[in-house]
Design a protein around this ligand. Structure first.
Ligand code: SAM
Length: 228
């Protein structure tokens, strides 16, 4: 189904390779009245690449609380909207949830197209069980971080995390201390991009690898659960 009256459509966008946009995503972006974007410059470039010109509205972590009501009202008046983030699926470690919840509360139809997201290829690539897993997104940077890591140490399912290049080695070191160095894990970087790479090994081996090779790019960390 394409975007219809009083519908907000979440549209996943490529996490690297621009060819990963789906035909439906392009169709919806063509049909809507407005594209609500995390960074209007990033989305402007994508739309330009697709040959689409649309009014853009900015919706990001700093303004989402204040924008939600306005966007819901506009959608309620029949304005067809697509929500996109800079990369991947909106709402997955990106703005989206607050708008979805408010729209549903106001009786607006919400649809999310299937499409690119970083954690699925990283999980499947990892070689670790992907029948049951937990997605943790980014761990808190300070308060609650060590508690969360301790909780995850006893998690039986495969654990999937996002981390920045500046903190990925620290995360692997922290998990090595708490989970034990022999826990199997995989780190995927730059998925769908030129320098895509997945490194698999124990947590201790991954710490050694990223100590020798400075982490660059975007990272997904996948760690086997206690039942791996
Ligand atoms: N909404 C996105 C999704 O659906 O995956 C996630 C957005 S979050 C702000 C950005 C994080 O996603 C990055 O720090 C990295 O952990 C992960 N990520 C995004 N693109 C990636 C890529 N091409 N390769 C590896 N990780 C990626």
């Amino acid at each position: 189904m394409s975007a219809t009256r009083s519908t907000i459509t979440l549209v996943p966008t490529p996490i690297g390779n621009l060819d990963d946009i789906t035909l439906r995503a392009v169709q919806v972006l063509r049909e809507v009245d407005t594209v609500v974007a995390e960074d209007t410059r990033v989305t402007g470039r994508l739309l330009q690449h697709l040959g689409i010109s649309k009014p853009l509205v900015s919706f990001h972590a700093q303004n989402e609380h204040r924008m939600v009501e306005q966007l819901v009202q506009r959608a309620g008046r029949g304005e067809r909207m697509a929500l996109v983030s800079d990369a991947g699926t909106p709402g997955i470690s990106d703005p989206g949830f607050l708008l979805v919840r408010a729209a549903l509360h106001a009786g607006i139809t919400v649809e999310c197209l299937p499409g690119p997201t970083a954690f699925v290829p990283a999980l499947v690539n990892s070689g670790l069980p992907c029948d049951r897993f937990v997605f943790e997104g980014f761990l808190p940077q300070k308060k609650g971080r060590s508690t969360r890591i301790r909780e995850l140490a006893t998690e039986p399912r495969t654990v999937v995390l996002y981390e920045s290049p500046h903190r990925v080695l620290k995360l692997l070191q922290e998990m090595t201390e708490v989970f034990g160095g022999d826990r199997p894990a995989a780190v995927s970087r730059e998925l769908s991009k030129l320098h895509e790479e997945t490194v698999r090994g124990t947590l201790a081996e991954l710490v050694a690898h990223f100590t020798a090779h400075e982490p660059r790019g975007e990272f997904v960390v996948v760690v086997g659960g206690t039942g791996h």
